[in-house]
Design a protein around this ligand. Structure first.
Ligand code: TA6
Length: 286
């Protein structure tokens, strides 16, 4: 255990570059590929983030797990070449690290300028301490309105999907991707999982809680400047079709994602700056 926070850049899986961060309370790893936080673990706890054992760590391939940064589109719009934007597979630059007054470590990343986004600045700030925060900052340096979707597509480690629920969305409308995106209302006090679950909850700034009776842990997902929450578990059949994901891994993970997607896309005026922020914390399930 380290007395002071520190960060070192080193080589990780597949020969990819990553930042390895140690703080007095936790450890984290952030791959420059997609600026993907792949690991966050508080001392003495099970890792908070899930990373597939089958994930690819190759140039231009998204990492399966952690916190993929989804931008500038979510899902697979007809006019787009692939799913979930392109920045999660690009190599970002480390813009700097610093230790904050509270002892946490802040790592800043910058998306290198790209032809797809002329005059759009994209920065990402990850702060590691007792909690983990991630902030995606978009600056519109162009002369026209920039419309985009964003989502921090976070994979969480749980002990058993059959003993896990997600609370905080009761009474919220959602689009059910496993039922032709039918518009429905969340009736229950918590979402429980009995099969493939893929829901886009709308107009919800609410904090959610993942209640894991197996690990006796609550993971709290707080967010700022986000009105869409996506809840996803592929379940067994889709898991088998995913080459970078183990057939049984659906039992030990759930995605609770924070962003602004579909009709809730961000419209950023010239000169505007918009920040999407999530804060992840864990506490004992009493
Ligand atoms: O977040 C839910 C979702 O849109 C699901 O439909 C599923 O496709 C998941 O994202 C993973 O997408 P990916 O492109 O990373 O395989």
């Amino acid at each position: 255990m380290t007395k002071y926070s520190q960060a070192e850049q080193t080589t990780g899986q597949g020969g990819l570059q990553l930042l390895r961060i140690q703080t007095p309370w936790s450890v984290a790893e952030i791959y420059l590929q997609g600026a993907t936080v792949t690991h966050f673990q508080k001392n003495g706890e099970v890792p908070l983030l899930f990373l597939s054992a089958m994930s690819r760590f190759e140039k231009d391939a998204p990492i399966r797990g952690g916190i993929p940064v989804i931008f500038p589109w979510f899902g697979k719009p007809e006019d787009k070449p692939n799913q979930h934007g392109f920045v999660r597979a690009r190599v970002w630059e480390v813009a700097g690290t610093k230790t904050n007054a509270d002892g946490s470590l802040e790592a800043r990343f910058k998306l290198p300028s790209c032809v797809e986004l002329p005059s759009i600045g994209v920065d990402y700030v990850v702060t590691v301490g007792v909690t983990l925060t991630a902030e995606l900052i978009v600056t519109n340096g162009s002369a026209s309105e920039f419309v985009y979707e964003n989502c921090l597509h976070t994979y969480f480690t749980i002990g058993d999907i059959n003993q896990t629920s997600v609370a905080g969305l009761q009474g919220v409308e959602y689009l059910d991707a496993v039922d032709k995106f039918a518009r429905k209302m969340e009736q229950g006090d918590a979402i429980r999982f009995k099969g493939e679950t893929d829901r886009v909850y709308l107009n919800t700034p609410h904090t959610t809680e993942i209640r894991d009776a197996s690990l006796r842990r609550v993971i709290r997902v707080e967010k700022d400047n986000s009105v869409s929450t996506v809840v996803w578990n592929p379940w067994s059949e889709k898991a088998k079709r995913m080459l970078d994901y183990g057939d049984q891994e659906y039992l030990r993970m759930v995605c609770v994602e924070s962003g602004n997607v579909r009709a809730e896309a961000i419209k950023l005026l010239p000169g505007g700056v918009a920040t999407l922020k999530v804060k992840l914390s864990s506490l004992a399930l009493l």
